[in-house]
Write a protein that binds this ligand. Sequence first.
Ligand code: GTP
Ligand code: MG
Length: 225
Amino acid sequence: MNANTLSQDFGIEPSADLKNILMEYAKINKNYTAAIREVKTKLEILDDDFQLLHKHNPIHHMESRVKSPESILEKLTRKGYDLDLNHISKQLLDIGGIRVICHYVDDIYTVAQLLKKQDDITVIREIDYIKNPKPNGYRSLHLVVEVPVFFVNRVEKIPVEVQIRTMAMDFWASLEHQLRYKAEGEIPKFIADELKECSENIADSDLQMQKIHSFLEDLDKFTPK
Ligand code: GTP
Ligand code: MG
């Protein structure tokens, strides 16, 4: 929704401040949506080409979002950052986010490598929560990449956070997020312990599934067609 819609559709005349804020968020939303589309298209192309070459899709599916105004404000306040619109994109690297859900652990690193090596991509942050899981058991590979977006009269490099994880890791993260939301932050210890155990079981299963899949791929390679 923008300020024009407010006055045209609802007969509300916004103050100059409100109008500015709405217009600014509309701009943020448009720019980050464009950057997400660029990166998502790259990932879709990689997935299609990988399927053609190796008869396997590394990506199961993707989800994406532009951070809501409420979440932007919450994070700026929580981290003690400047509440200045001009600094937002330098301080918050996850305004545009893509979650890439893969089948197997090797797929995560394949997708990350293929994206990172592209000439127009700049990696500005990489955290491997698979090799080094968070103490609560959270696992995922996090990248922040900058991609150039060509607008009518300018080119802007815009950061996008890419979280890459297996279906099993995603299953765990969704439940943990839901629990944390319900518990308003602090998850009771007995549940946290159980979650941690689930995360370890999931990591073991992911590795077992990977082994079976790799075995199948090797079999395919050596079976005459
Ligand atoms: P945020 O302020 O949460 O964005 O963290 P950050 O900018 O310091 O980066 P971090 O890499 O820790 O987390 C970025 C994002 O990863 C979060 O917004 C979540 O989507 C996801 N994430 C990180 N840690 C956890 C976790 O413990 N549980 C779940 N469910 N998701 C997590
Ligand atoms: Mg975040």
